[in-house]
Design a protein around this ligand. Structure first.
Ligand code: CA
Ligand code: CA
Length: 175
């Protein structure tokens, strides 16, 4: 993989976190992600699912900041993201899973609008990915691939492990 391809892949992952597109990752991006998911699935911020999502978003941000915000200015720049989040988490994907899990669990619960017992349908996950900025094509492919046992439902564990790989393993064949 040449350096231009590596840079492009890093840029995609950074953009996925930079929800408001202002060039840095901070708490507002995690709150924006939570708000977008709640709006998409018609859930209020005040209900249990909504509060769990915001609590998870804050924990995700705190975890990300703890790993990557080297200068402590409460913003993660592209350089901090590459040096901290990607490099440090690559050797420790369990750490990523740990900081992302509360948010992902809550997001699955919000997306589980049909009450599938804490699992979300492939279609719901596709909607969630799209509202978080994925293209229609990528969202469709990603949602299908998350349903590893092909029962049409996606569990928290599927999302946690797939996302940990996506953000920490930058391979030539990954998009
Ligand atoms: Ca931002
Ligand atoms: Ca910083």
């Amino acid at each position: 993989m040449d350096s231009a391809e590596y840079e492009r892949k890093i840029a995609h992952r950074f953009a996925a976190f930079d929800q408001d597109g202002n060039g840095t990752i901070d708490r507002a991006d995690f709150n924006a992600a939570a708000a977008r998911l709640l709006t998409e699935f018609g859930t209020t911020a005040r209900c249990d699912k909504g509060q769990a999502l915001y609590t998870g978003a804050e924990a995700f941000w705190q975890g990300m900041a703890g790993i990557a915000d080297v200068d402590g200015d409460q913003r993660v720049t592209r350089e901090e993201f590459v040096g901290g989040a990607v490099k440090r988490l690559r050797d420790n994907p369990e750490r990523f899973a740990e900081i992302a899990r509360p948010f992902l669990r809550a997001a699955i619960a919000v997306a589980d609008s049909e009450n599938n017992g804490g699992r979300a349908s492939v279609a719901s996950v596709e909607r969630a990915l799209k509202v978080l900025g994925a293209s229609a094509e990528i969202a469709g492919i990603a949602a299908q691939s998350l349903d590893t046992d092909r029962d049409g439902l996606i569990a928290e564990s599927d999302v946690v492990s797939a996302l940990a790989v996506y953000f920490t393993v930058i391979e030539p064949d990954a998009t």
